[in-house]
Design a protein around this ligand. Structure first.
Ligand SMILES: [Zn+2]
Length: 432
């Protein structure tokens, strides 16, 4: 009986696909006339993007509308890979209460990495409650502390920093756990960094270091020029404690040396970790964070940080070209966390897409110390596609006018709309 059902379903699917091809509709969705910025593929031009079965099918000029089941006019907008935010918080006492879907898709983010909320002791609960229930693709840095971000006391409990247990959990979740995180360590020793590196070596993954309290016993310069391996991250690049500038205002040489070793610098804006005082001169001297990230949590979401598009807008107004801002928000982070299938629009890649508007005007931007910078450009997310389905849109550009509907029932269609009643199998969330 089951075999017959599967067989007939497959038959129906083949009939549907055949009908589509006979109609000339080989694509489910076509984004028409947008300015595509896909840094990995070196595309920065007006292109159409065709999507089929949740994957990128083609990126080319002049794809005929007749070939698509649904076409959305995105002229005047920028079409980029879905944004990849590798530093955000959805678990643990600091980030508690934030559900990823509430702050990601509306900002163009389709992939987030929880930055050490869970350790090996509670990763299973984090996965069940957050990862498995989100429409956003949620990955994780595993905290070196077994209990994860369970408060300052727990995070400083060196007895709970177990590299073997962490590595075992990482190996059990390949791809889902992208590396090891240490954060908020206050002690004078290197133990938090050393145990993270040990776990990273055992599981063959990078580590991300939030250096906690900066102390002379374990100098920051030594962290980035000696301790960290190529591919490891220091996060909170423009934090007040970072010895970024010398007395003449020049970026210190050791930072460029660290970069030439392959150490990566993540923005990690957050509530207290991004100052124009450091970011503006550093960026102008070429020290731009390799990856732009939010450090999203309850303390940053309504402060100067706000969301990914806002953090990207700050870099844009400091002077980083738009294509470079996109690079550092898509392909750079995807590659660094070992997810080379993400962060670009190559045919066959998941159709995770951000459609961004660059607004021109007089805008204000606020840093972590509540200092203001003015600027003339702001990125706004107009639409986000996750697995080829419209999962967020600001102005309803995919929709028909209310007074032209032939049938005034619930609109939308499972072939391109994440809010449709019965989304296709490849985009179904697990049942709760
Ligand atoms: Zn953080």
């Amino acid at each position: 009986m089951m075999m017959m059902k599967m067989g007939s379903l497959r038959y129906a699917f083949i009939l549907m696909m055949a009908a589509n091809f006979m109609n000339g509709q080989e694509f489910d969705l076509l984004l028409k006339g947008g300015h595509v910025i896909d840094p990995k593929n070196k595309i920065d031009a007006i292109r159409d993007v065709a999507i089929s079965s949740g994957k990128i099918a083609a990126v080319a000029a002049g794809i005929p509308v007749a070939k698509a089941y649904k076409t959305i006019d995105v002229s005047g907008l920028h079409v980029t890979p879905g944004l990849v935010d590798i530093h955000a918080h959805f678990w643990g006492v600091y980030g508690q209460g934030i559900h990823p879907d509430s702050h990601t898709l509306r900002s163009g983010v389709t992939t987030v990495v929880d930055a050490g909320g869970a350790g090996w002791r509670n990763f299973a609960a984090f996965k069940k409650d957050i990862v498995d229930r989100a429409s956003t693709r949620v990955l994780a840095w595993l905290n070196i502390v077994g209990r994860g971000m369970d408060g300052r006391v727990a995070e400083n409990n060196t007895a709970d920093m177990d590299p073997a247990a962490a590595a075992k959990t990482i190996r059990a979740h390949p791809g889902l756990i992208v590396g090891v995180k240490t954060a908020h360590y206050d002690g004078p020793e290197w133990v938090a960094v050393d145990r993270s590196l040990e776990a990273g070596n055992l599981a063959k993954v990078p580590i991300m270091v939030d250096f906690g309290t900066f102390r002379s016993e374990r100098p920051f310069e030594e962290l980035v020029t000696k301790k960290l391996r190529p591919g490891d991250f220091y996060t909170h690049t423009y934090l007040n404690s970072v010895p970024m500038l010398d007395s003449d205002g020049h970026v210190r040489k050791f930072l460029f040396e660290a970069r030439s070793r392959g150490v990566l610098f993540d923005a990690g804006h957050g509530q207290g970790s991004f100052l124009f005082r450091l970011a503006v001169p550093a960026v102008k001297q070429g020290f731009v964070a390799d990856t732009i990230s939010t450090d999203l949590h309850t303390g940053s979401m309504n402060a100067g940080m706000k969301d990914m598009a806002m953090v990207m807008s700050k870099f844009l107004n400091i002077g980083v070209p738009l294509a470079d801002v996109i690079l550092r928000s898509t392909w750079n982070p995807a590659r660094a966390i070992g997810h080379e299938e993400l962060g670009h629009l190559s045919p066959g890649a998941p159709a995770d897409i951000a459609v961004l508007r660059v607004e021109q005007g007089n805008f204000g931007f606020v840093d972590a110390y509540k200092a203001r910078m003015t600027g003339s450009q702001r990125l706004v997310c107009e639409m986000t596609l996750r697995n080829g389905l419209v999962s967020w849109e600001l102005n309803g550009i995919s929709r028909d006018p209310w007074d032209t509907l032939g049938h005034y029932g619930s609109q939308g269609d499972q072939r391109w709309d994440a809010t449709a009643e019965d989304p296709p199998k490849y985009n179904r969330r697990p049942k709760r």
